[in-house]
Design a protein around this ligand. Sequence first.
Ligand code: GLC
Length: 754
Amino acid sequence: MKRATVIFITAAILAACCPRQSSTPVYLDPTKPLEERVEDALQRMTLEEKVAITHAQSKFSSAGVPRLGIPELWHTDGPHGIRPEVLWDEWDQAGWTNDSCTAYPALVNLAATWDRELSALYGKCIGEEARYREKDILLGPGVNMGRTPLNGRTFEYMGEDPYLAAQLVVPYIKGVQEQGVAACVKHFAVNNQETRRTKTNSNVDDRTLYEIYFPAFKAAVQEGGAWAIMGSYNLWNGQYNCHNKRLLQDILKDEWGFDGVVISDWGGCRDDDEAAANGLDIEMGTWTNGLQGAASNTYDMYHLANPYLERLRDGRATEEGLDDKARRVLRTIFRTAMNPVQNFGSFTSPEHFAASRKIAAEGIVLLKNGGALPLRVDEISPRASLGRDDKPTILLVGENAYKMMVVGGGSSNLKAKYEVIPLDALREAFEGKADVVWERGYVGDTRTDYNAVVTGQDLSESRSPEQLKADAVAAAKEADIVIFIGGLNKSKFQDNEGTDRVDIVLPYGQDELIEALAEVTPNLIVVNISGSPVAMPWADKVNAIVQAWYGGSESGHALADVLTGAVNPSGKLPFTMPKALADGPIKTERQYPGIEVEGVPYWEEYYDEGVFIGYRWYSSKDIPVQYPFGYGLSYTSFELSGAFLTKKVVKAGSNVTAKVTVKNTGDKAGAEVVQLYVNDAEASVERPVRELKGFQKVYLAPGEARTLSFTLNPEDLSFFDADAHEWKLEPGDFHILIGTSSEDLPIDLLLTVK
Ligand code: GLC
């Protein structure tokens, strides 16, 4: 029975059994303002009922108020799709047969689209699936910055730049919440690695926080109106982030005006007194003492359960503090489960799969093209040297042409209704025109069962690595077109929650295999499927390189769309592709993964690189990279012209507008992402030589041109002055740099701030 019906029946019963009530109680009246409903419900609740709604009652639900007909809150992972149902108090699958979802692309794939409208579409679709599955809180999106390419959860986040992540997270949140589902933006904050994530203290200065690690969360709250934020497992300045007073109370709630709920990461709540006092509103969990294990169904032992009740009764905790928590939880219930606008969502609809395919394709990045792409389905002719006149042969080499990747990776693991693999999609695309064959080439991850979500594939392999490589090279000699499809996967030490990678070198001997294939293939095409950067030492030896991602249910179709030219690639890298890990800003153990300090009960990690992460580092230090942030090619070409500033000299405090015309100078429709970076010619602090402060993605027909406007506000030009605790715009010259990647900025407009 739909929740709305239950609510109204409850109201009717209440009205009937309480004759003195002339009308529906305010909290049950959907026409009443939200805050009135909250206050009315709050004053009807007992102390025990208020405490009950501040913590988990099962693995993925927190209590409502049964007596008043106020429903419980159902939480669900994850950022890429609605996680299959688990048992009440276990991580094990519940074995339902109605919860196979649409798998959407990994968030790094969404980030690579640089498309705000696609992000809104993504949020809408995943919100509809959450609503249909009667979930109230979606545990996503994640917007932790790409401080190190080794972070195991890079695939779940939106890259290395705060402006890109902030601009894309806002429409996603709005899309989700328009369905009456709360987006729970995570993991707040500076949770930039998986190594010892529950016992590492991030030491970060305020300027770095406000310029790099906060913007996406601040935008989520102030522009996206996020209804929930997830506290992260790690510590910041010596306090666990699930109950970090400065982070949650002073900054998030007081400074930014957040009126929703702070939810702990599962088991991230570690202390009774801090849980009661420091801004945590719902304690969710795995166990009660910080992931150390406990008996099942111990929800009464949670920090915000009986221990909290004791503190309220003996005065160590205040009822005022409890009321603040309870108000926030009630507000969330009235925004979701009891939302006046009853959405019913939809699940695994054709529209959802179409959206998933479109987003996946729009985020695929063409890194190099010596002419081998797009594959002209009707023009492929057998390689003359092979002296054959039958149908051409297209050889795919690599485990990722076959292995299903929606599963695994940790909490974003999904049971999808289906997942199209590249091999099947390319066979479809070349049906009747070419034979598409596959050689595994290497063995990566043979797992096909992730927490009882099974793919049905058989990834077992009897051949030795040498044999696998020999078979692939032999097949390449006989093929007309060879496409290597490899990269990373969702196993440990790859793109996976709970562990970090150990290097950015491709695993499983792929580099050697690619080199061997390039020896025998004149125009080798390499597709790297990963959620994080990889080194490409063979880049000069292959004809074309495509960066594809974990694209979800339609990933194979999306890749085929781009390889065949059905979709003109328009993705841009959301992070730098370095030549080597050592080129990056992290040089010491104390920077990453942290060090042990005598007498300190956790690991200490120091963000010594400050604001210089990603392209901020490489460009400021003139370190060459394989492919830069914001880079991506197209099957057509674009030209920028006519750029100017509406005002060349401005008073500090006023906005400035830059204009530029972009034209499609090629013969195919396509999209370009015009990017604007700011350079402060002289500053009292060391600033990155460029910082992204504007981008627009434009789809243009051949020959079509469009003039774009970018308006910069004073904060866009400023740095954060930690001592004054405010953004500071120093007078002087600025260079407004415009182009199509962080290293291709042909337009340099001089702006003087008085
Ligand atoms: C996990 C993750 C978090 C997830 C939660 C529930 O540990 O850190 O992202 O939403 O627990 O599965």
